[in-house]
Design a protein around this ligand. Sequence first.
Ligand SMILES: Cc1ncc(COP(=O)(O)O)c(C=O)c1O
Length: 386
Amino acid sequence: MSKKTIEVSIPFLSGNEKNYLEECIKSNYVSSIGPFVNQFENKLANTIGLKPDQITTTNSGTSALKLALIASGIKRDDLVIIPSYTFIATANAISDCGGVPWIMDVLPESLTLDFNLVEEEIASKTFMKDGQIFHKELNLRVFGIVPVHVFGYAPELEEIIKLGKKYNLNIIADAAGGLGSLYKNKKLGLTVNSGIVSFNGNKIITSGGGGMFFSNDRKIVERVKHLASTARLTSNYIHDQIGFNYRISNLHAAVGLAQIENFKTILERKLQISNQYKKYLNNPKINFFLSGKNSKSSNWLNAISFNNLFSGFNIDDFLKYMQINNINIRHYWRPIFLQPPYIKCPRSSQEICSNIYKNVIVLPSSSNLSEEEVKYISNKINSYIQ
Ligand SMILES: Cc1ncc(COP(=O)(O)O)c(C=O)c1O
């Protein structure tokens, strides 16, 4: 094998990215107005099973989530239920709106939100008043639930949506890493009322930086669009509320469009890589984190943990060993309840997440990873744990 370092997830820029960027420069459309924004949005809408007016792009997944919360009516000091196993942006978007994350444990097989636990927590810790639930001890309204897609597959959306109906909660999916996933064989936009996607550099497709909000409620999409454009009403600089400069630029949309044009190939590559890992890491000591029976993964990332490890096993030593072998894997998400800004937030017991998170190993999964590289990585892992 070459001495080249193998990263976890790097962009796969193999289509029209360069041509489209050149077009932006030639035409002078480099900012938030330009033809690539609409073209990117049209393709995105189609990819997730919606119409173009049911989605809007933003400059990041975080800003899309923040605007989704505002457009759905979050108020200062509202509680928002989230899983503990997520990237910190989920919690940050809520805090940025003045909300407070209510952090719940996850399911051991998929690391997605434990909906049964959510129901238990709601039943024991809240009361209903005027059609809304409030946390008894904190006396704060519960605004909604933000379930999170993990490694390219969906949480148990139907169960979560049922909770939303029962307790009158907004459900906004943080599908930052969920593009290309199916739930009950349905495309992302048809699985949940509202959600967001990220096009950050490590995602299944990237626009260099960017995000998308989608909803089957066109009025909310309009609101998000308006808020992302400084809430400007007219060309005379009249703004009807506090808005933000969160639109995607034509430059970013140009890269995003080239990427989404290649999405079929990318999904095929991801599936091949995932199958190769399953073949070469077919070892009883290795556990793959997999979507439940209802979700089909895009295979954006492949993640494993080790079963019944020998005494003295230390994940940091393992990661060092992989790095010495030019495989640049590191710890993945640190749960939200352990993050300094969120230590005091309300939370359920964290039995599952606190035990598992340190042993989650996200394998290199870039679309251009060769079978030879997958074999090399797998051989290194197998020889370490034998
Ligand atoms: C679960 C999750 N939520 C939100 C985000 C935020 O997306 P962005 O980086 O585009 O702001 C990310 C990713 O980066 C993520 O993984």
